[in-house]
Design a protein around this ligand. Structure first.
Ligand code: NAD
Length: 554
């Protein structure tokens, strides 16, 4: 498998700059950890204080500073500065404190950072491709200093988390996702390229903000937008032909179309649709281990028929078909309520992605009424509407099921359809609950319930690693399927006993490794791999995972 196609190693220090330039290159900078010998041979003597520190001591200093920051945004700014200064130390700190730092480098703090991007900006990270670059996007890509790019996360900033159109401020999202690829799955940092496709913004507040850094124009739409995306995708094939393109936080109007247009042409996926789907399916598999029921016997009511909800339904349908149902039987087990009410055949206002789930049924407007007539075994919220799983709704689903499955996936925490405390409290602890954002454990009598977080970070980093290591030329539903199963397999009986449908974040690297193995294997079985896999795939994947330790100098 080692045919020169493996994940890029760090640049050898012998090729790295010397002296002051070395200290300003985050990929190779060790700061105060440069040894006496390195200080002599690399022209560093005098440029650093006398004492040579160990990496452990550097971590101690970082944590001391980090913990004095007055709020999460300041912590984000501090970690970003560390990332810009010493990449290895940044990943060592983040990987050692992942449960604490995940909410800072990603949702929810990254959302706040995006909102203030133009104001907290220090230096650029990633590549900015704008509508002004039409006709020369390949040249822009060639300006990126690394040749062996294997993973691109791109956004056009139209639907950033639950925050809407943030234009070029959305760059924080690809940057954050690529940090998670490294922290959660050990993808080498040099493989990743964050890209902002700046097509303008319709956010008037940003357009009026003198410090806004993006194109000061309304969003491109129609043919002009499609032409720009097409040029971008083709330019990637030309400049970085082995890169996987992850579309991230595009608006509904474009996300589904672009996925459909490119998924069979290039190596690509949409995390909001497919990553969310796989993480939710893994949660369902875990929930069914508790109830002892079969997936094909479930009847699922989704509140929210957007990228997340219909993405989940699509993978559930594939999983049910894998277990013997026909497409129409499987789709018939998935029901939707959107902002207008129950999605039924008689409605003439349905977007294309909702139509497969529009069933022959009387329309009803209220969610609780929909629960009473659909009689779901599972209720999955992906609506972005806080509190819509109210007492009436939860009572209705709990009166139908001994162990009702209730997922409140909307982010951030303030947008969750219900809290963990409500789901458990209103059902006397019978609910099998998972959420999109973290909730604290809930104590109910003598039981301590620890709700699992259906975080996409459980899925996409492992999928990306598997695709990169197998050289897969496409990303398929079967791979997300395999990823969901591999993740569910990581949930122990002890996790289930305390109500957790996902492994703890402290085991995420191991979960990502298993997912990468499953995805690489699937790539081979389906003829999509371009790199031969060794017999002992587990060990091989483990050997390729990045460790945040300083490279030895020559
Ligand atoms: P989206 O904008 O594509 O879809 C939202 C959907 O909710 C739309 O279909 C809309 O009609 C519907 N809706 C609005 N009000 C409603 C109401 N009162 N009742 C029922 N439906 C209503 O957004 P999306 O990408 O699908 O994301 C939705 C939510 O899911 C967001 O809060 C997002 O943070 C969350 N999400 C969570 C995860 C995760 O937990 N892993 C992953 C992705 C998205």
């Amino acid at each position: 498998m080692s045919d020169g196609t493996q994940v890029s190693p760090p640049a050898p220090v012998s090729e790295a700059p010397r002296g002051e330039d070395l200290l300003h290159n985050p990929a190779v900078n060790k700061g105060t950890a440069f040894t006496e010998e390195e200080r002599n041979t690399l022209g560093l003597r005098g440029l650093l204080p006398a004492r040579v520190c160990s990496q452990d001591e550097q971590v101690m200093r970082v944590m001391e500073n980090y913990r004095t920051k007055p709020n999460d945004l300041e912590k984000y700014v501090y970690l970003t500065a560390l990332h810009d200064r010493n990449e290895t130390l940044f990943y060592r700190v983040v990987m050692e404190h992942l449960p604490e730092m995940m909410p800072i480098i990603y949702t929810p703090t990254v959302g706040e950072a995006c909102q203030h991007y133009g104001h907290i900006y220090r230096r650029a990270r990633g590549l900015f491709v704008s509508a002004r670059d039409r006709g020369k996007i390949a040249d822009v890509l060639r300006n990126w200093p690394v040749e062996n790019v294997r993973l691109i996360v791109v956004t056009d900033g139209e639907r950033i988390l639950g925050l809407g159109d943030l234009g070029a401020n959305g760059m924080g999202i690809p940057v954050g996702k690529l940090s998670l690829y490294t922290a959660c799955a050990g993808v080498h940092p040099s493989c990743g390229l964050p890209i902002m496709l700046d097509v303008g913004t319709n956010n008037e507040t940003l357009l009026d903000d003198l410090l806004y850094l993006g194109l000061g124009q309304k969003r491109l739409r129609g043919q002009a937008y499609d032409d720009l995306v097409e040029e971008f995708v083709m330019a990637v094939q030309e400049v970085f032909p082995r890169a996987l393109i992850q579309f991230e936080d595009f608006g509904n109007v474009n996300a589904f179309r672009l996925l459909k247009k490119y998924r069979d042409r290039v190596c690509t996926f949409n995390d909001d649709v497919q990553g969310t789907a796989a993480v939710a399916l893994a949660g369902l598999y875990s929930a069914l281990r508790i109830t002892g029921d079969r997936l094909i016997d479930q009847r699922i009511l989704f509140a929210g028929a957007g990228e997340a909800g219909t993405g989940i339904a699509d993978i559930v349908v594939s999983a049910m078909m894998d277990n013997g149902l026909s497409h129409s039987e499987a789709a018939g087990r998935c029901w939707f309520v959107d902002s207008k009410g129950l999605v039924v055949k008689s409605r003439d206002d349905l977007q294309e992605h909702k139509r497969p789930y529009a069933h022959e049924h009387e329309f009803c407007e209220a969610l609780a009424d929909a629960v009473r007539c659909v009689r779901p075994t599972a209720l999955i919220g992906a609506s972005g509407q806080p509190g819509i799983f109210d007492r009436d709704v939860v009572d209705a689903v709990a009166s139908i099921n001994d162990r009702p499955i209730i997922f409140a996936l909307s982010n951030p925490t303030s947008k969750a359809e219900c809290t963990a405390e409500q789901a458990y409290g209103w059902t006397d602890g019978r609910a099998i609950f998972a959420s999109g954002s973290p909730f604290d454990p809930v104590t109910l009598g003598d039981r301590r319930l620890v709700p699992g977080q259906g975080n996409n970070a459980y899925i996409f980093p492992g999928v990306g690693l598997g695709v990169v290591l197998s050289g897969a030329t496409r990303v398929t539903d079967e791979m997300f399927f395999a990823a969901a199963r591999a993740l569910a397999d990581q949930v122990s009986t002890a996790d289930l006993d305390q109500g957790s449908l996902y492994p703890p974040l402290s085991r995420i690297r191991h979960a990502s490794q298993s997912i990468a193995v499953a995805v690489a294997r699937m790539a081979h079985e389906t003829g999509l791999a371009t790199i031969e896999i060794p017999g002992d795939l587990e060990s091989y994947v483990a050997s390729q995972m990045y460790e945040p330790t300083y490279a030895a100098s020559p």
